[in-house]
Design a protein around this ligand. Structure first.
Ligand code: NAD
Length: 515
């Protein structure tokens, strides 16, 4: 039986206990319903809240990839031939089982990543919702009949790609596993998912649950391992029909280029540097709450984080004070405590990177406006050795500051003042990213003008961070291409086939074209 969060404190021992309880076979390749250990280099996992090692596993390398793909090719053929109503029923069952197991999944996610339990619970519920939503589409993917000159019946069919490889990052492993698997599965593809090497546990459990819910063998396989071995092998293997990637810009570009070399198309969901724009006529308390949630939930380890705060000059100091006060009251601490709002930085390299970026931002002239000392409960207890970064508000982050254009992916927001609407829009559009953004104002015309003018795949008016599987999500510019939610994503995961049949025997059905 899975231990409950109420009995545990985050750390290496807890992460090990939860992992052994939920995944007794340990971390390995999930294929055909079972977990198989790899034999390559060891990957060591440490608990974010304490820095303690809690497990290690062997990278499965090329052999693991080969085994998973062989299974997936067979799984894809079987799944594509399965009646769509049956596929829909199985995916509904996956949604039900994930919903019933949400607490266990959330505990596993929180214990092994350091993500606050309340966030992990919300994300587990979202994953059930994703499978439920796309189960609804699985038996509604249709083609068209198309009128053409002459005597023809011409129609289209939507055909799955076969094997879809999904590659996910460490910041929201369970959420992104659902995000990148429910839709391709509904469209009739098999999925091979490579989670981040740092956070494979919840994805493995999700695949186990999907299998228990009736997903046939080979339809959803998981290959935990390093990007340089497993990731590179999966994205360049011609048994793969399509790759969907969520991660950083440099890796996304590398993956897209390598996949293109062997003719595999990609969907890329990459990073962001989203602007949160606050006008003087906004409800400033709501806007301050929104600014806090935009950057500090998930400790800023969020692709849509509102990491640039652009504030109209007349309210700049007042607004920053409201944000700083709220930031100071955020509950940092044990991720397994349901009251914890901000957890540690999930990976050790990211902890180093965020720390360095704060130093760089200060060196470029920014002014630190939030606290400098960790809460006593962290500083003196077992969490003292964890990867903690205080919610950080830096003022005076102008266009020349490194923080204006560089994604930090941590609890760090750079603020600056603007005077006019045009200036705010220009600043918002001053990066190559285009993932998200928001505007806070009581002027409805201004709200829609700014929403129309900012280059971003998602934009909120007087809100931040709401996303739903029914609504398209994806980036402009360096933030990626393709979409990963909403009904349109079914186009990403199917190809269109046109079928022609002559409807009258007379006349030649063979036109003289050399297309
Ligand atoms: P990353 O790019 O370092 O890694 C992402 C994944 O790619 C991992 O699974 C990694 O193992 C794999 N990988 C690495 N090298 C590879 C290679 N050569 N071939 C194939 N796969 C390879 O990103 P990360 O540090 O895990 O995640 C943080 C980044 O993800 C941030 O930039 C963040 O903005 C982005 N992100 C974007 C979204 C979104 O929806 N747009 C969501 C979450 C995270």
């Amino acid at each position: 039986m899975t231990p409950t969060a109420a009995t545990m404190t985050s750390g290496g021992t807890t992460a090990r206990t939860v992992l052994e309880s939920v995944l007794p076979s340990g971390i390995g390749v999930f294929l055909d319903g079972g977990i198989h250990p790899g034999s390559g280099v060891q990957v060591t996992l440490t608990a974010a809240a304490t820095g303690e090692t809690f497990t290690s596993y062997a990278d499965p390398g090329r052999a693991g990839v080969d085994a998973a793909l062989a299974s997936s090719v067979a799984g894809a053929a079987h799944w594509a031939a399965t009646n769509p109503f049956e596929r829909a029923a199985i995916l509904r069952n996956v949604a039900r089982v994930v919903e019933e197991s949400a607490e266990e999944l959330a505990l596993l996610e929180s214990a092994t990543t350091g993500k606050p339990l309340r966030d992990a619970r919300a994300e587990a519920a979202k994953v059930a919702e994703m499978f439920g939503y796309y189960a609804g589409w699985a038996d509604k993917i249709t083609g068209q009949t198309i009128p053409v000159p002459g005597n023809w019946l011409t129609y289209t069919q939507r055909v799955p790609w076969g094997v879809v490889v999904a590659i996910t990052p460490w910041n929201a492993p369970l959420f992104t596993a659902g995000w990148n698997s429910a839709a391709p599965l509904a469209a009739g593809n098999a999925v091979v998912l490579k989670p981040s090497e740092f956070t494979p546990a919840s994805t493995l459990r999700l695949a186990q649950l999907a299998s228990q819910a009736g997903l046939p063998d080979g339809v959803f396989n998981v290959v935990p391992g390093l990007g340089s071995s497993v990731g590179a092998a999966l994205t360049t293997d011609q048994r793969v029909g399509k790759v969907s990637f969520i991660g950083s810009v440099p890796t996304g570009r590398r993956v897209a280029a390598a996949a293109a070399e062997v003719g595999i198309p990609t969907v890329l969901e990459l990073g962001g540097k989203s602007a949160n724009i606050v006008f003087a006529d906004a409800d400033l308390d709501r806007a301050a709450d929104g600014a806090i949630s935009a950057i500090f939930s998930g400790a800023g380890q969020s692709c849509v984080a509102g990491s640039r705060l652009l504030v109209q000059r007349s309210i700049y100091e007042d607004f920053l004070q409201r944000v700083a006060e709220r930031a100071g009251k955020l509950q940092l601490g044990d991720p397994l405590q349901p009251t914890t709002e901000v957890g540690p930085i999930i990976t050790a390299p990211q902890y180093q990177a965020v720390s360095a970026r704060i130093r760089d931002g200060l060196a470029d002239g920014a002014d630190l406006r939030t606290g400098t000392a960790l809460p006593a409960a962290i500083a003196s207890g077992p969490l003292a050795t964890g990867r903690w970064i205080l919610p950080t508000l830096l003022a005076g982050v102008g266009p020349d500051n490194i923080l204006e254009t560089t994604e930090v992916f941590g609890p760090v927001v750079g603020a600056d003042a603007f005077d006019t609407e045009e200036e705010a829009i220009r600043r918002a559009n001053g990066t190559r990213f285009g993932l998200a953004g928001a505007v806070w104002t009581d002027n409805v015309s201004r709200a829609h003008h700014v929403a129309g003018a900012v280059k971003a795949g998602t934009f909120w008016i007087n809100s931040y961070k709401t996303i739903h599987v029914a609504v398209p999500f994806g980036g402009f510019g360096d933030s990626g291409h393709g979409r990963s939610s909403g009904p349109g994503v079914l186009d990403e995961y199917t190809q269109t086939k046109a079928v022609w049949v002559p409807t009258q025997a007379s006349g030649s059905p063979f036109p003289s074209l050399s297309y």
